[in-house]
Write a protein that binds this ligand. Structure first.
Ligand code: SF4
Ligand code: SF4
Length: 164
C-alpha cells in the first residue's frame, strides 16, 4: 500500500510503454499494402455457379435474412430454369448458411472484401454480378477444393521484421 503511494503504478505503466516503444509496428498501410485474407474468409460477395445450380432454392430457404430471391420456371425436361437469382448483400450477414446448405456446391462465399458502396441499392447482386470474374473469386469457406488452391493467409507475426 505504502509502496504504491510512491509511484509504483506509474513505473509499471512506463515499463509497458518502453517495451512497446521498440517493437516493430504491425500496422498495415491499406490500401497501398494488402494482406492475404484467410482461405476460408466469408467475403461480402456471394458467387454463384450458373452451370451447377438447379434452382432448388435451398439456399434461399436457409437464409435467416431473406436476402436471396430466386424465381424459376419449368424447363422442357421437367427441370427448373433460373429466371432470377438475386442477393441483397446489404441485408446479408455473411453467415455462410446458404453456401453450406447448397446440395450442388453452386454457391460460394466471396474471397474479396472491398464492396463498400454509397447507395444501398448498389449492394443488390443480380445473376450476372453473382458470377465469378477476374476480379471476383470464391473463398474456400465450406469448399475444401477451393481452399486447397488458395494462398496461405498473411499473419502479422509472419511478416518480415516482426518479432515472433
Ligand atoms: S450468407 Fe447468410 S445472410 Fe448472407 S445470403 Fe447467405 S444465408 Fe443469407
Ligand atoms: S441451393 Fe444451390 S443449387 Fe439450389 S438454388 Fe441455391 S445455389 Fe442453386
Amino acid at each position: 500500500m505504502k509502496f504504491e503511494r510512491y509511484g509504483a503504478g506509474i513505473a509499471k505503466g512506463m515499463v509497458v510503454t518502453l517495451k512497446h516503444l521498440f517493437r516493430h509496428p504491425v500496422t498495415t498501410q491499406y490500401p497501398e499494402e494488402r494482406l492475404t485474407v484467410s482461405r476460408r474468409t466469408r467475403g461480402n460477395e456471394l458467387i454463384w455457379d450458373r452451370e451447377r445450380c438447379t434452382g432448388c432454392a435451398t439456399c434461399a430457404k436457409s437464409c435467416p435474412q431473406g436476402a436471396i430471391r430466386i424465381v424459376t420456371s419449368r424447363g422442357e425436361e421437367n427441370d427448373y430454369i433460373v429466371e432470377e437469382f438475386r442477393v441483397d448483400s446489404g441485408y446479408c450477414i455473411f453467415c455462410g448458411l446458404c453456401v453450406e446448405s447448397c446440395p450442388y456446391e453452386a454457391l460460394f462465399m466471396g474471397y474479396g472484401y472491398e464492396r463498400a458502396r454509397y447507395r444501398r441499392r448498389e449492394l443488390v447482386l443480380n445473376k450476372e454480378e453473382l458470377l465469378t470474374s477476374e476480379k471476383k473469386q470464391p473463398s474456400g469457406y465450406a469448399r475444401p477444393k477451393v481452399e486447397a488452391a488458395l494462398p496461405p493467409q498473411t499473419l502479422l507475426l509472419d511478416r518480415d521484421g516482426v518479432k515472433k
